[in-house]
Design a protein around this ligand. Sequence first.
Ligand code: UT7
Length: 349
Amino acid sequence: MPRSRIAGIGKYVPSNVVTNQDLMQYMDTTDEWIQERTGIKERRYAHRTEETTTTMAVEAAKIAIERAGTTADDIDFIVFATLSPDYYFPGCGVMLQRAMKMKEIGALDVRNQCSGFLYALSVADQFIKTGMYKNILVVGSEKHSFGLDLSTRGRNISVIFGDGAGAVVLQPTEKEDQGILSTHLHSDGESAEILAMYNPGTHANHWGTHNYADFDDAPIANMFMSHAMIDKAQNFPYMDGQTVFKKAIVKFPEVILESLTANGYQSSDINMLIPHQANLRIAQFVQQKLHLSDEQVYNNIQHFGNTTAASVPLALCEAWEKGKIKEGDLVCLAAFGSGFTWASALIRW
Ligand code: UT7
């Protein structure tokens, strides 16, 4: 059975840089608080009307496709991970297919938030291994800036997130000891409401959400989004940051070690770990726990914030562009987030 390898990788970030000082115009926060608690100095916000989750993905995809030595015509499947789609439905996969004038290929959307890219990569990996497809475009893209509560009420979440996109082209390889060695996916829905955007949705508070909002007097056919929901900020993401943090620092090392053990390696064998860029403190904790040196871990949250599904391909691409990942290197990707879902992939580059 062939393995799949990352044949090309690309990234895109909007040109608009938003610093911590910029955010101080909107909310009660400080550069000091944000840097100390998250490591973030600045993030990018997409152009309000000219850039969408799909258009950013297209820019990253063009680079990945070119670097893979292929054309958009060669792509035979799309897997698109995002939590901030252009439309509630249809998903961004078809929007990308249209924007890139691709053939009438399959397009799948993955909704796994922070671990979305790793879930997408894993799905694509299975399709390559079975021989079903030969050139799969895997994308993670987010336009968070459009849906953040920039008032003081939302400051614990809004200062973290940024916009951007990353993409890879997966192809089969017959080379021994090259490509994706294994992927590992996990979930625990017990904490689904801990990090979530409740509305618009069909739950009608069935599960009990934080800061419950009623439907006004809306008739049944119009309960997707009510004034009360907006008044209670249920159209913005909610996060109990400390609970997420505590779980993340357990599950990150666990899923990284799982990938190493599955392939007979230990943490000292890792040439490069790309952790999902959720919080620099989480990444540093994981680094310490696994006894990794600074050269073995790549972080860029300082400049891009947390870009959810885009963060792993964005950091992987940047590390590769800087020459920090070379052929033959053992690269580990890992993510944890909303769901909770978490995942890892071990790759021989
Ligand atoms: O990628 C998805 C997965 N997400 C994560 O992995 C996020 C995990 N969690 C975190 O990264 C951290 O919990 C945060 C960065 C979100 C928050 O840091 P924290 O150290 O857990 O702070 P906290 O929420 O416990 O808040 C501490 C204080 C509070 O004030 P009081 O109650 O102590 O007076 C907050 O109101 O900091 C306050 N605060 C802020 N102050 C200034 C919260 N956000 C801000 C802010 N600026 N932006």
